[in-house]
Design a protein. Structure first.
Length: 157
């Protein structure tokens, strides 16, 4: 119930925004890909460091905080900044949390600040874990996405 009460929008108005959900994932990363095949190639190559900076700009979170969520140590982050490219596994984790962020932005009707606030606050339904950090793994991201879906439909979580 606490999860539902913390939302600032009502269920009826959220349902009217479902059309926006079909957008290609990764738009908060500033990626210029035309489809899944291109996205897979970019992941395998490793995203440009600019993708991490774009995500930081979209969320308002510091690059260092995002790197911490992605489990990229500071020294490794410095090497990635110099090389200008993330490793493939880091790119995949970044895409995963960006997808969760984008779903949360949709939940909050385009309010990125509210979405980030929700994503960075521990949630009882996730065992008092922070949703963005919980999304580090595919299984955790699916659970957060399921929670977002329940909230979109007014299901108490």
């Amino acid at each position: 119930m606490r999860e539902l009460a913390s939302l600032s929008v009502d269920a009826a108005s959220r349902r009217s925004t479902k059309g926006a959900r079909g957008l290609f994932p990764g738009r908060s990363l500033g990626l210029r890909v035309s489809g899944t095949r291109d996205l897979i190639r970019e992941i395998e190559r490793g995203f440009s460091f600019r993708a991490l900076k774009s995500f930081a700009a979209a969320t308002g979170l510091a690059v260092s905080r995002i790197a911490s969520i992605l489990e990229i140590p500071e020294r490794t982050l410095a090497r990635r900044r110099t090389a200008g490219r993330l490793a493939p596994e880091e790119s995949e984790r970044l895409l995963r949390i960006s997808r969760v962020f984008e779903k949360a932005v949709n939940l909050f009707e385009g309010d990125a600040t509210a979405a980030v606030s929700w994503l960075t606050t521990p949630r009882r339904s996730l065992g008092d874990e922070v949703p963005l950090a919980y999304s580090r793994t595919e299984l955790g991201a699916r659970e957060v996405e399921n929670l977002i879906g329940r909230l979109e439909h007014g299901v108490f979580s």
